[in-house]
Ligand binder design. Sequence first.
Ligand code: AMP
Length: 279
Amino acid sequence: MNAWLSARQQAQSVGFVPTMGALHEGHLSLIDRAKKENDLAVCSIFINPTQFNDPADLAKYPRTVEQDLHLLLQRQCDVVFLPEVQDIYSDPASQQRTYDLGTLDARWEGANRPGHFQGVCMVVQRLLEIIPSHRLYLGQKDFQQFLIIQHMVSNLLHGPIAVIPCPIVREPDGLAMSSRNLRLTPQERSESRVIAEALHLIQRSIPAISFDEALAKGRLHLQSASTLQHIDYLALINAEDLSPVAHYEAAKTILAIAAVQFPSARLIDNIVVKGQLGI
Ligand code: AMP
């Protein structure tokens, strides 16, 4: 893959979309954008074991490679990279790398999934070593991941790669598309719409009411889903550094973020409530 792309890289720009497969319209919107803005769109499908802190989550992660390849062909993705674990981590040193992420991985997904973002950085660095990319396309759905990879690429790898956040693609009822949605039972799937609804409720409520009141309203709405087991977090944060914000004037760009546990899957989502992400 590296030799093939390097031979073409002189003349052609490469837009890269890393994924873990079980592709949906969210992934495909990133492919469409990579195709539009580059000579070659490259997609990788690799379920990276180093970013799973829960072995059961790794074992249950959906695998639909044949269907993925069909969708990528339909969308005219130019190159698909389907490595095995030994292709990515053949050198044991590549699994020993650590990344100074400052406070970016201290909260939210970082706090709930210890080691997750170290594993994400590990695989993205390896993929970028193999796939010489001009632009890297990431979904805003995993906003903390986007911020961490942007930090890694510009401050730790010093690569001339543009990291581009892409808008969240949603189901008709508002649920953010995710490979993990496939695991939900019909009742969980139906009730999971409360996540996007709660985020919209918060977005609509502020700044007319206080942040605490808006979050309490959102929390109550989440709890209206009988199958919801646990709210890992529901928060209003500064989009620049992920720190919680207490009022509207405290930051230029503010996101409402949520992570909730249903019996069959843990889901995350977010929405911009002030400013814009420059997408
Ligand atoms: P994953 O396969 O879950 O690792 O996701 C691969 C990429 O697709 C990541 O950059 C995700 O943020 C992005 N992505 C996942 N779901 C969506 C969505 N609903 N809308 C836009 N991008 C998404």
